[in-house]
Design a protein around this ligand. Structure first.
Ligand code: GLP
Length: 264
């Protein structure tokens, strides 16, 4: 595990976008796992900037989004599909046939649909690089606390805290969805490389439990400790409760010296 500490959200988005861009440059047909949430907006802005500057080509990149609200059509302004269009897909040269987001409008055989989503990931050769944010309760994707560490893509009931957090982006009086389709923790752990980004003091407790706490389904992001190639990029407020900050900084310095490829 690598922990990269940055001063603020601006530095984080530049570093995260640079890691994504460099992965795409090394493998132009990279399969990229994507996340939504306000933390990701600046990262996508930076990727759009690099694409427009001609230094990042999305033409062969394949994407799979982590999750989608159940009941929202792709055109709904609060759907994650719409979020991705608004912040990334509409502004870069990605091919629409290479974009995959779970369908929030499905009804009935959820298991069959979710198994097909997993199949599509396998058909694409698996996820090379998975971007993640983190919820205040430690969720990744929409894997709420107590999600099984081996879970796969499935229908998930959201926690009240998550519903309340997400209600802010819905119009007053509009009900925020209570369920979602999400990749499972087991699905996420199969990605070859994982990059989790966290900013702001409201994430400090979750970040500390994820990095320094025990691996437990009570903190879904702690399952990332089981992954061989995970990088956390965290700003000062989100890192405030970490107890091993000096050690993470020394590890990073040595990594830059001995295995610089991990950082580019
Ligand atoms: C939602 C998404 C997560 C995201 C989280 C945090 O719950 N399903 O993938 O990590 O929001 O969002 P924000 O970055 O807005 O705090």
């Amino acid at each position: 595990m690598l922990v990269i500490l940055k001063r603020d959200a601006g530095e984080i988005s530049r570093q995260a976008a640079q890691l994504v861009a460099s992965a795409v440059r090394k493998n132009p047909s990279l399969t990229l796992g994507l996340a939504t949430g306000s933390t990701m907006i600046a990262v996508y802005q930076e990727l759009v900037r690099l694409n427009k500057a001609g230094s990042l080509d999305f033409s062969q990149v394949v994407t799979f989004n982590l999750d989608e609200y159940l009941g929202l059509a792709p055109t709904h302004p609060q759907s994650f599909h719409h979020f991705m269009q608004q912040h990334l897909f509409a502004h870069v040269n990605i091919s629409s046939r290479n974009i995959h987001t779970p369908d929030g409008t499905i009804r009935g055989d959820y298991d069959k649909y979710c198994a097909a989503y997993e199949d599509a990931i396998h058909q694409a050769g698996g996820i090379d690089l998975q971007l993640l944010g983190i919820g205040r309760n430690g969720h990744i994707g929409f894997n709420e606390p107590t999600s099984s560490i081996g879970s796969r893509t499935r229908l998930k009931v959201l926690e009240k805290e998550t519903i309340d957090d997400n209600a802010k982006s819905f119009a007053p009086g509009e009900e925020s969805p209570r369920c979602a389709i999400t990749m499972g923790i087991g699905t996420i752990l199969e990605a070859r490389k994982i990059l989790l980004i966290a900013t702001g003091g409201s994430k400090a407790a979750a970040v500390t439990k994820a990095i320094e706490g025990p691996v437990t389904s009570a903190v879904p992001a702690s399952a990332l400790q089981l992954h061989p190639d995970v990088t956390f990029i965290i700003d000062d407020p989100a890192a405030a409760q970490l107890t091993q900050r000096d050690y993470y900084t020394r590890v990073l310095e040595m990594t830059a010296l001995l295995t610089p490829d991990r950082l580019s």
